[in-house]
Design a protein around this ligand. Structure first.
Ligand SMILES: [Zn+2]
Length: 82
């Protein structure tokens, strides 16, 4: 029996650090790459806006936070399936 974590985060097969993260509401999926940039990259408009308007290399959106939470859980429990 495996634990289920409903974070809406789905790892991209064969590409570590990359996740498809479900956005609340419309069910849109965004690609998140935690190995990109200093603090991860996300394909959502919100992240794009944040990065282009902020000089901080540590901009992040809720999708990046979700992916990080997922990665953390996976490290703690191992083999977590979406
Ligand atoms: Zn995002």
């Amino acid at each position: 029996m495996s634990a289920v974590f409903d974070l809406g985060v789905y790892p991209v097969k064969g590409e570590s650090g990359r996740y498809h993260v479900k956005s609340n509401g419309r069910g849109t999926m965004y690609l998140v790459d935690l190995d990109e940039l200093a603090n991860g990259w996300c394909g959502c408009p919100h992240f794009e806006f944040k990065v282009s308007t902020s000089l901080s290399p540590l901009a992040e959106c809720k999708h990046i936070r979700s992916a990080k939470a997922y990665q953390k859980l996976q490290r703690c429990f191992g083999g977590v399936r979406p």
